[in-house]
Design a protein around this ligand. Structure first.
Ligand SMILES: Nc1ncnc2c1ncn2[C@@H]1O[C@H](COP(=O)(O)OP(=O)(O)OP(=O)(O)O)[C@@H](O)[C@H]1O
Ligand SMILES: [Mg+2]
Length: 473
C-alpha cells in the first residue's frame, strides 16, 4: 500500500525520465530567458516618475513666477518674458498658456510632453524625472484674469553617470541571462552525453574481452531511461560473463577429466600387449592404441586451446628470427609431404624479427602448413611465402587443393569446425589454436580461396626489428 503510493509518486517525478528531464531543462531555460528579456525590456522603457519638490526648487519656481509676473505687468508678451528671464537666470523656462499651448524653446521630447501634461493635470507643483532630466512645475501664474503655468527644465548633476548606470545595468542583465541560460544548457547537454559516453566506454571494454566491465554507478543509479539502459547493460554483461566463464571452465574440466582415464587405458594396453602370447588380437590392440593416441592428441589440443582462450597460456617471449623458424617448419613438413607425393617450398623470406613464444608460434604455423599438405592435390606443392606490410610481416601458406566452400570460410577458425567438403578425419581444432596463438602475439589470421584453386591462409604479425637483408638468404 505504502510502497505502491511511493512508486506512484516517484513516477510523477519528471526528472525520472529522459523526456521529463529534457522538457524541464528546456522549459526552465526558456523561462529564465524570457524573464530576463522582460526585465531588460522594462529597463529600456523605464517610465518617468513624479516626486515632490525640494525647498530650493520650490523657491526657484516661486521666484521665477514673480519675475515673470513683473515682466508681464511691465508689458512684455509671455514669450518675451520667459526668454528674457531665461537668459537672465540661465534657465530653460517654459509657460503653458490658458489654451494649453507650451511656450518656450527648445521643443521638448515626446516623453517630456507627457510629463508636462501630467504635471499640469496634478494641479500642484511637482518634479518629474526621466533619465537625467528633471522638470519642475507647474506653478500657476495669474495674468489679466487668466491662468498660465510656469515650468523649468533642469538636468540632474551626475547626468552622464546615471546614463552609464542604466546602460551598464542593461548589459549586466543581458550578460547574466546569457550566463545562466548557457550554464543550464551546458548542464543538460552534459547530463545526457556523459552517461552515454560512459556506456560506450563500458561496451567497448566488454567487446575487448574484459568481461568484468560494468557501467559506472553514476549511470546505472540514475532514475531515468539512461539509468535503466545502464542497469540492463549490466545484466547483459553479467549474463555473458557467467555464460562464457562456465563454458571455458567446462572445456578445461572435460579435458582434464578425460586425460587420466585415457592414461590408465594406455598403461593397461601396454601390459595386455606384453601378456598376449598369441597374435590373434594384435591388430585390434593396434587399433585401440591408435585411437587412444588420437584421443590423447585431441585432448592436448583442447587443453592448449582452453589455456589460450583463458589467457592462462604461459608465453616465453623472445625475439625470433622468422626466416629461421619458417625454414625449420618447411623442412620438416616437406620431409613428411614427400612420403605422400607432395612437397613444401619456402619462397621469399623477409629478414625480420618478431617477438614471440617459439613453441607456440611454430605450432600455430605448423597447423596451417600441415593442413595445406593434407588438402593439397597429389603431386602438387605447398608454398610458404613472406612479405613486409607496413610494420607487419605477412606469412602466407598456399596449397593447390580444392579450397573451402565460400560459405564455410568465416567459420574456419572456430573450434571443431570442419568444412563441408572435408573427408579427411581431423578434430577441427588446429586452426582455432592457430588463431588464438596468433592473437596472443597481437597478430591476425585470415583465409581465402585463390582463383587457381586452393586455400591461402595469411598470418599477420607485428615486426619488432628489421634485420639487414644480408642476414637473410
Ligand atoms: N588447406 C586447406 N584446404 C581445404 N580445406 C581446409 C584447409 N585447411 C583447413 N581446411 C578446412 O578447415 C577445417 C578446419 O581445419 P583445422 O585445422 O582447424 O581442423 P582439422 O585439420 O580438420 O583438424 P586438426 O587440425 O585439429 O587435426 C578442416 O577440417 C578443413 O575442412
Ligand atoms: Mg588441421
Amino acid at each position: 500500500m505504502w510502497r505502491s503510493a511511493l512508486n506512484w509518486l516517484r513516477s510523477l517525478n519528471p526528472l525520472a525520465s529522459l523526456t521529463g528531464r529534457i522538457f524541464i531543462w528546456f522549459w526552465l531555460t526558456l523561462v529564465v530567458i524570457s524573464m530576463v528579456s522582460f526585465l531588460v525590456l522594462q529597463q529600456w522603457a523605464r517610465p518617468y516618475e513624479l516626486t515632490d519638490l525640494n525647498a530650493e526648487e520650490q523657491q526657484l519656481l516661486e521666484y521665477q513666477r514673480e519675475e515673470l509676473e513683473n515682466y508681464l505687468e511691465a508689458g512684455m508678451t509671455p514669450l518675451q518674458a520667459i526668454r528674457y528671464s531665461g537668459i537672465r537666470f540661465g534657465l530653460d523656462i517654459y509657460l503653458v498658456d490658458p489654451t494649453f499651448r507650451l511656450l518656450g524653446t527648445p521643443q521638448p521630447d515626446q516623453i517630456e510632453l507627457y510629463m508636462i501634461g501630467a504635471m499640469v493635470e496634478s494641479g500642484e507643483p511637482l518634479a518629474a524625472n526621466w533619465e537625467n532630466i528633471r522638470w519642475l512645475g507647474a506653478e500657476p501664474l495669474r495674468h489679466r484674469g487668466e491662468t498660465y503655468r510656469v515650468l523649468i527644465k533642469t538636468t540632474v548633476d551626475s547626468g552622464t553617470g546615471r546614463l552609464m548606470d542604466v546602460i551598464n545595468e542593461r548589459l549586466t542583465w543581458t550578460f547574466l541571462a546569457l550566463l545562466v541560460s548557457g550554464m543550464l544548457s551546458l548542464l543538460l547537454a552534459n547530463s545526457l552525453s556523459r552517461p552515454l559516453r560512459l556506456l560506450r566506454e563500458t561496451s567497448r571494454s566488454l567487446a575487448r574481452g574484459q568481461l568484468e566491465s560494468r557501467v559506472p554507478g553514476v549511470v546505472s543509479k540514475r532514475a531515468d531511461d539512461i539509468g535503466q539502459l545502464g542497469q540492463d547493460f549490466d545484466h547483459m554483461a553479467e549474463r555473458i560473463q557467467s555464460l562464457i566463464e562456465a563454458q571455458q571452465k567446462l572445456l578445461s574440466n572435460i579435458s582434464h577429466e578425460l586425460r587420466s582415464p585415457l592414461t590408465r587405458l594406455q598403461i593397461a594396453l601396454g601390459i595386455a600387449r606384453q601378456r598376449m602370447e598369441q597374435d590373434t588380437a594384435v591388430p585390434q590392440l593396434d587399433r585401440i592404441e591408435r585411437e587412444a593416441q588420437r584421443l590423447e592428441a585431441m585432448i592436448a589440443q583442447l587443453l592448449q586451446l582452453s589455456r589460450l582462450e583463458n589467457r592462462l597460456q604461459h608465453m616465453d617471449l623472445q625475439p625470433l628470427d622468422l626466416g629461421k623458424m619458417l625454414r625449420t617448419i618447411a623442412d620438416d613438413a616437406n620431409f613428411e609431404a614427400l612420403a605422400q607425393d607432395r612437397s613444401v617450398r619456402l619462397q621469399t623470406v623477409v629478414p625480420v624479427r618478431v617477438i614471440g613464444d617459439q613453441m607456440l608460434l611454430s605450432s600455430a604455423i605448423e597447423n596451417v602448413v600441415r593442413n595445406a599438405v593434407k588438402y593439397t592435390a597429389e603431386g602438387s606443392e605447398v608454398v610458404i611465402d613472406t612479405a613486409l606490410n607496413g610494420d607487419q610481416v605477412e606469412i602466407s601458406v598456399q596449397d593447390a587443393g580444392t579450397g573451402v566452400p565460400p560459405q564455410d570460410l568465416p567459420y574456419l577458425f572456430e573450434p571443431f569446425f570442419r568444412a563441408s567438403n572435408t573427408h579427411q578425419g581431423g578434430s577441427g581444432l588446429g586452426l582455432s589454436i592457430t588463431r588464438q596463438a596468433v592473437e596472443a602475439h597481437k597478430g591476425t589470421v585470415k583465409a581465402e580461396n585463390i582463383p587457381e584453386g586452393g586455400l591461402r591462409i595469411t598470418v599477420l604479425l607485428p615486426v619488432s626489428l628489421q634485420l639487414p637483408s644480408s642476414s637473410g638468404d
